[in-house]
Design a protein around this ligand. Structure first.
Ligand code: BGC
Length: 256
């Protein structure tokens, strides 16, 4: 199936985890992919090889979404290498655990810079080029169930994801007239490096699994399929929504 033929996608943080799964999926559905990484160079190369082995095209670019020059370079490189940038997936993210009363200002700033300021200004650079070229586009933010749901010990992370939710709501209105859609995906517990500590702690993992109605963690493929749909023509009237991919975690409640 090649429903993204002729499209160009930028996927931040696609050297590992959910971003890697997304880039592989978009690439194998026909999109040319700008594979971005900051630390996982080997993973980014693996993403590129996967796309090439499925008959697609990928370019790997190191960039830090907390740096304005790097952000501009991501968009400029997509246009210079592939002649466009039609799909932006704001995926790069990080979380730092700390009780509220112990949160360090540098940890707060880092989570905001990667999870919210990066997507904000990357979307801005992405939109400016499309607006000038009078082309439509798609933005998909990889948010979290925690754009809505409390996560004690991760207040700064939740603030960044809550911000991403409001950014999406606002841009739905501001970008609609330009033909640009924007949606959030809210993954629950997905097997990726961000969850390393949890995955290695059996009692904690079992407690989490007991809260997931479908009884398993999610996979990066569970998320990638939704991104491919939102980037495709089938989703041309879909904008302003958050899509939960969490096995029911968000809706869980037990009285016992
Ligand atoms: C976090 C994970 C967490 C999951 C479900 C995600 O946003 O990154 O650490 O397990 O939400 O709570």
């Amino acid at each position: 199936m090649h429903r993204l033929q002729g499209k160009v996608a930028i996927v931040t943080g696609s050297g590992s985890g959910i971003g890697q799964g997304i880039a592989k999926r978009l690439g194998s559905e026909g999109a040319k992919v700008l594979i971005n990484y900051r630390g996982s160079e080997a993973g980014a190369d693996d993403t590129r090889r996967f796309i090439e082995s499925h008959g697609g095209e990928g370019v790997v670019l190191k960039a830090d979404v907390t740096k304005m020059d790097d952000i501009q370079n991501l968009v400029d490189t997509a246009w210079s290498r592939f002649g466009s940038a039609d799909i932006l997936v704001n995926n790069a993210g990080l979380e730092i655990r700390s009780d509220f009363w112990d949160t360090k200002v540098e940890d707060y700033d880092r989570q905001m810079a990667v999870n919210l300021r990066g997507p904000y200004f990357l979307a801005q650079a992405f939109v400016r080029r499309l607006r000038d070229a009078k082309k439509p586009g798609r933005i998909v933010n990889i948010s979290s169930v925690h754009e809505d749901m409390a996560f004690p010990g991760f207040t700064a992370y939740c603030c960044s994801k809550g911000g991403l939710r409001m950014m999406m709501h606002n841009l739905t209105v501001e970008l609609g007239p330009l033909g640009i859609t924007i949606n959030n995906i809210a993954p629950g517990a997905i097997v990726t490096p961000i969850n390393k500590t949890l995955l290695e702690d059996k009692p904690k993992l079992d407690a989490l699994l007991a809260k997931i109605p479908l009884g398993r963690l999610g996979t990066t493929d569970d998320v990638a399929g939704m991104v491919a749909y939102l980037a495709s023509d089938e989703a041309s009237y879909v904008t302003g929504a958050t899509f939960l991919i969490d096995g029911g975690l968000m809706r869980d409640y037990h009285e016992q």
